[in-house]
Design a protein around this ligand. Structure first.
Ligand code: CP
Length: 307
């Protein structure tokens, strides 16, 4: 079965059937990651360009590994060392890379809509690696894969997404995906870090951690985005930590054995205590491994044999 779309721009556009197809394809990809020789020829002869205008560790590295494990060539484009510094536009940069033979372009950009703009410009597949405060679809897909792998289902589970929802593309993509797949989604945070009318996305809103975590199956802790933080959205980091940090004590409010997720990078000791981040219920490292499998699945479905 194929993914009948050229680009992956957001989870909002995907059907539950498409999400299921991606998650089901990621399973066999994870099996490849467990082998001694992690190489299959599925994407031999293909070129994947990584066009990252914002810093990234997990997304960029895992896309690069995903492409390489399937035999593709990769180009790691660094704006700071390119003609972007001389004023070259996003469109001209992308078209130049396409003229060199790119089959897929993975883009991360500070502007929401940058991936969609590129998708209209290029014949190559465009995969959104995070655009501004809009969406981070591959993060949501790897989060859903991790939850489904651990709990066996997404339908009917309760997920609390905690923290800076306002600035979070991870939160938005998770909300779209989990609600489509039949999960109950709660958002938990201070009123100043929750977008107005967020309930219209089908989520329940909680201002107090103690209420929002009650009985949930999954807690997805968000990073406090200091780089996107306007001044004064909460009185101080200390007050934020007092009210919203995930501690071992607060974790007990959730269902016993509830999963702890975090997209990374972690501000240790600010939104999550290290003992919880590294504890038995944390699946943060598995999220990273699963990120490679999910990105392999996407490249396979979009430019490989699954096309
Ligand atoms: N979760 C995530 O997007 O991490 P990076 O910024 O390291 O890619």
């Amino acid at each position: 079965m194929a993914l009948a779309r050229k680009d992956l721009l957001g989870i909002k556009d995907l059907t539950p059937e498409e999400i299921n197809l991606i998650l089901e394809t990621a399973g066999p990809m994870k099996e490849i990651l467990g082998r001694d020789i992690k190489k299959v020829p599925t994407l031999r002869g293909k070129l994947v360009v990584l066009l990252f205008y914002e810093p990234s560790t997990r997304t960029r590295t895992s896309f690069e590994l995903a492409a390489k494990y399937m035999g593709a060539d990769t180009v790691n484009f660094s704006p700071a060392a390119s003609s972007v510094e001389k004023g070259e536009s996003l469109k001209d940069t992308a078209q130049t890379l396409e003229a060199m033979g790119a089959d897929a372009v993975v883009i991360r950009h500070r502007s929401g809509g940058a991936a969609a703009f590129l998708a209209r410009t290029l014949k190559a597949a465009v995969l959104n690696g995070g655009d501004g405060m809009h969406e981070h679809p591959t993060q949501a897909l790897l989060d859903m894969f991790t939850i489904k792998e651990k709990l066996g289902r997404l339908e009917g589970i309760k997920v609390a997404i905690v923290g800076d929802i306002l600035h979070s593309r991870v939160a938005r993509s998770n909300i779209y995906g989990l609600t489509k797949m039949g999960a109950e989604v709660r958002v938990v945070g201070p009123p100043t870090l929750l977008p107005p009318d967020i309930e219209k996305l089908g989520v329940k809103v909680f201002f107090r951690m103690e209420e929002g975590l009650e009985g949930v199956d999954v807690i997805n802790m968000l990073r406090i985005q200091k780089e996107r933080q306007e001044r004064g959205l909460f009185p101080s980091l200390r007050e934020y930590m007092n009210l919203y940090k995930l501690t071992a004590q607060r974790l007990k409010l959730a269902r016993p054995g509830a999963l702890v997720l975090h997209p990374g990078p972690i501000n240790r000791g600010i939104e999550i205590d290290p003992e919880v981040a590294d504890g038995m219920q944390s699946v943060i490292k598995e999220q990273v491994t699963n990120g490679v499998a999910v990105r392999m699945a996407l490249l396979y479905l979009m430019i490989g044999g699954g096309k």
